[in-house]
Design a protein around this ligand. Structure first.
Ligand SMILES: CC(C)(COP(=O)(O)OP(=O)(O)OC[C@H]1O[C@@H](n2cnc3c(N)ncnc32)[C@H](O)[C@@H]1OP(=O)(O)O)[C@@H](O)C(=O)NCCC(=O)NCCS
Ligand SMILES: CC(=O)OP(=O)(O)O
Length: 327
C-alpha cells in the first residue's frame, strides 16, 4: 500500500490536532483546507485572524470550518498558564517577563501548545529558518530519554512505490562527533522502520573501508563501530562512498562481504554540509520527492518545512507529524 494511504489509515478517526504557526501563509492554508476536507486530522492555524482571512480570500480558500488560534485575542488566563509552564520548563533560563516576550514568537507559542498537550504536533518553517523553527522544540520539548541529539531525516521517494530511502542528518547537527553520528545512524534506522523502509544503514564518506586516510574518515569509521555496538541487531556499515553504498557492482569491488554496501536504504551523511546539499541534489537533479525534515528523537513531534516547500509537501509532512504523535 502507498505509504501515505497506510499513514492515513493509522491516524484516521483519532482527532489528531496539528498546529501551524505560519497560519497566514497560503501554502499552509491550502494544505490545511485539504487536510480538513479529507478528514485526516484537525489543522489549527496560528496567527492573526484578520491576516489569515485576508490570505485565504486572496487565494480563493474557504476556511470557515478551520480552527484558528489568534495569539492577540488568546484568553489572558490561558496565556498566564502558558507563561508559568514556560518559566518552569526553562528553570533559571527565562524570567516571567522574558517568557511573556518570547511567547510573542509564533514558533514558541505553537511549541508551547504542543508541550501543554493542547495539540498533538507542530509543522512550521515554511517562512522561518530552521534555527527559528526548531530552537523552541530543543529547549522545551527536548529529546527522549536515551537520545542526546535530535536530527533531521528526509524520506526520499521517486516514481515507483518501492524506491524509497531515508537521508539524515540533513537539517540539524552542523558537525556531529563520532558518538553523535553513531546515535544519528541508529535513530535513522528506527525512523526508517516507521515508514516501511527495511533499514540497511550506510555511514557515508569520501572513503570506502580505509581507501583514504584523514580525521574526517576516521570519525565516520569510529561512528560506524559505535553504532554497530549500540544496535547490534541493525544492519549498519561504513565508512562507505555513496557509489559503494548504492551500486552493487561497485560495492563488490570496494566493500566485498558487506551486507549493506550496494543495498543501503538509509544514508547517513558525515556532517550537515554534505547532508543538506546531498538531499537537495537528489531532490532537484534526481527527481526525488523529499519529505521532511522529520525530527527524530523528540518527546513530541515538531516538524520543520523547507522554505522551498509546496502545498503538497506541507500536506504530507503534517500526516507524518500526526503519525509520529501516535508513537
Ligand atoms: C539547531 C540549531 C539552531 C541549534 O542551535 P542553537 O540554538 O544555537 O543551540 P544551542 O547550542 O544554543 O542550544 C539551545 C538548546 O538546544 C539544545 N540543543 C541544541 N542542539 C540540539 C540537538 N541537536 N538536539 C537536542 N538538543 C539540542 C541545547 O542543549 C540547548 O538546550 P538548553 O537551552 O535547554 O540548554 C543549530 O544547531 C543550527 O543552526 N543548526 C543548523 C540548522 C540549519 O540551518 N539547517 C539547514 C536547513 S534545514
Ligand atoms: C531543510 C532545509 O534545507 O530548509 P530550508 O530550505 O528552509 O533552509
Amino acid at each position: 500500500m502507498d505509504l501515505f494511504e497506510s499513514l492515513k489509515n493509522k491516524i484516521n478517526g483519532k482527532n489528531i490536532k496539528i498546529v501551524f504557526p505560519e497560519g497566514q501563509e497560503p501554502r499552509i492554508i491550502g494544505a490545511a483546507v485539504r487536510l480538513k476536507a479529507d478528514q485526516i486530522l484537525e489543522p489549527v492555524l496560528l496567527g492573526q485572524q484578520a491576516e489569515i482571512e485576508k490570505a485565504a480570500k486572496d487565494n480563493g480558500f474557504h476556511i470557515e470550518n478551520l480552527t484558528v488560534i489568534d495569539p492577540t485575542t488568546y484568553p489572558q488566563a490561558e496565556f498566564d498558564e502558558m507563561v508559568a509552564a514556560f518559566v518552569e520548563r526553562r528553570k533559571g533560563k527565562a524570567s516571567e517577563e522574558q517568557a511573556r516576550e518570547i511567547l510573542q514568537d509564533p514558533n514558541y507559542f505553537g511549541t508551547m501548545l504542543v508541550y501543554m498537550k493542547q495539540v498533538d504536533g507542530m509543522v512550521s518553517g515554511i517562512v522561518h529558518s530552521t534555527g527559528e523553527t526548531v530552537r523552541p522544540a530543543l529547549q522545551i520539548i527536548k529529546t527522549k530519554p536515551g537520545v542526546s541529539r535530535t536530527s533531521g531525516a528526509f524520506i526520499m521517494q521517486r516514481g515507483r512505490e518501492e524506491e524509497r530511502y531515508l537521508f539524515s542528518d540533513c537539517a540539524i547537527n552542523i558537525n556531529p562527533n563520532a558518538q553523535e553520528l553513531a546515535e544519528i545512524a541508529v535513530q535513522s534506522g528506527k525512523t526508517a522502520e516507521l515508514f516501511d523502509i527495511d533499514p540497511k544503514v550506510a555511514l557515508l564518506s569520501f572513503s570506502t573501508k580505509g581507501s583514504a586516510k584523514s580525521p574526517e574518515v576516521q570519525k565516520v569509521a569510529e561512528a560506524t563501530k559505535i553504532a554497530q555496538e549500540l544496535a547490534p541487531e541493525m544492519e549498519i556499515d561504513g565508512e562507505l562512498q555513496f557509489d559503494a553504498s548504492y551500486v552493487p557492482s561497485v560495492a563488490a569491488q570496494k566493500a566485498p562481504g558487506s551486507t549493506v554496501a550496494g543495498h543501503a536504504t538509509v544514508f547517513v551523511f558525515p556532517e550537515l554540509q554534505s547532508g543538506n546539499i546531498g538531499y537537495k541534489i537528489a531532490q532537484r537533479f534526481g527527481g526525488f520527492e523529499a519529505i521532511g525534515p522529520i525530527l527524530q528523537g523528540l518527546n513530541q513531534p515538531v516538524s520543520d518545512l523547507s522554505r522551498g516547500a509546496n502545498e503538497e509537501d506541507v500536506y504530507k509532512l503534517a500526516i507524518i507529524t500526526a503519525a509520529q504523535s501516535l508513537l
